[in-house]
Design a protein around this ligand. Structure first.
Ligand code: MN
Length: 300
């Protein structure tokens, strides 16, 4: 019996930094911009930050996206222009919908820090809507073979995450303290990104097995109905999925739009204190300044 071959791409994260915190970024990369509506995937830590090196990201704007923060270790304080002030603790998700405009700040409250910062592109029908902020203190937990899974968004088996999205999406965190194996059921209409946050994993899709190290993302195009996972020691995997996003987006700095002209206007409005971005109360420090957008009109 022959096993079908599926289109799979192995993507290396690149190193960057956010508010002084070293991070690895798996999306967007040169070869892969999105997985479903997931358009940005940063992995921060695990790190032990000295008090003077704590993450402190001053007020900055967003448009056309949702920020999705998944806390693994440590605590972060979120403030936004809607007046939200919310501590994010391990096992919890903050979902901030930018819509037509919002601004927020983020500050780590602990030396230990480990989280995934993800962005979800809003479809055209939702991207001009009002901003919103929601905090999710508990998420469904599943036992998958030797892995413990948290269902961050979407559905898996009989479980449904309370975290809503505007397009079908899957987000799942699988962790094991030692050797573990399971078969992950995949929606064949979804593309998937399997991102190794800690340790190393073997992922078998169709006839091929891929050995992934920390920081690697395995992109799996729509088609397969399962992926076999195995680790020999402690490991953590973030699973992102969704149907290929049907709209062409432009992501620049903290904005998602559809044209360079539109994004240049967001940047100029933010820097001039205009627009729909509001004001973050209670943050001790300066707001961030958007880079010069003058080259942007050439794009999109
Ligand atoms: Mn932000």
């Amino acid at each position: 019996m022959s096993t079908p071959l599926f289109r799979v791409e192995r993507i290396a994260s690149h190193a960057s930094s956010v508010g002084g915190l070293p991070i690895t970024r798996a999306l967007p990369t040169a070869s892969r911009r999105m997985v479903g509506a997931w358009c940005f995937a940063d992995h921060a830590g695990p790190a032990d930050l000295s008090p003077e090196r704590r993450m402190k990201v001053g007020p900055h704007p967003h448009t056309g996206l949702q920020t999705f923060s998944w806390m693994i270790e440590g605590e972060i304080l979120h403030r936004d222009s809607l007046g939200s002030e919310q501590m994010l603790r391990p096992g919890q998700v903050n979902l901030m919908t930018a819509g037509r405009g919002i601004s927020h700040s983020e500050e780590s409250q602990t030396e230990r820090l480990h989280l995934a910062q993800l962005w979800i592109a809003l479809p055209d029908a939702a991207r001009h809507g009002p901003p919103a902020f929601e905090h999710f203190a508990t998420l469904p937990r599943l036992k998958l073979g030797g892995f413990t899974a948290a269902l961050l968004t979407g559905c898996y088996a009989d479980a449904r995450s309370p975290v809503p999205t505007h397009t079908p999406l899957l987000g799942m965190d699988l962790a094991s303290a030692g050797a573990a194996s399971t078969t992950l059921t995949l929606d064949p209409s979804f593309e998937h990104g399997l991102m190794v946050l800690e340790g190393a994993l073997e992922v078998a899709v169709g006839a091929e097995t891929y050995s992934l190290a920390t920081g690697e993302l395995l992109y799996v195009a729509p088609g397969p109905e399962a992926a076999k996972l195995h680790c020999d020691a402690a490991a953590r995997l973030l699973v992102l999925g969704g149907p290929p996003f049907p709209e062409s987006i432009l992501l620049w700095w903290n904005f998602v739009g559809r044209s360079g002209e539109e994004i240049a206007r967001y940047a100029l409005d933010w820097n001039a204190g205009r627009g729909d971005f509001g004001h973050v109360e209670g943050f001790d420090g300066p707001r961030l300044v958007a880079p010069d957008p003058s080259g942007l009109r050439l794009r999109g």
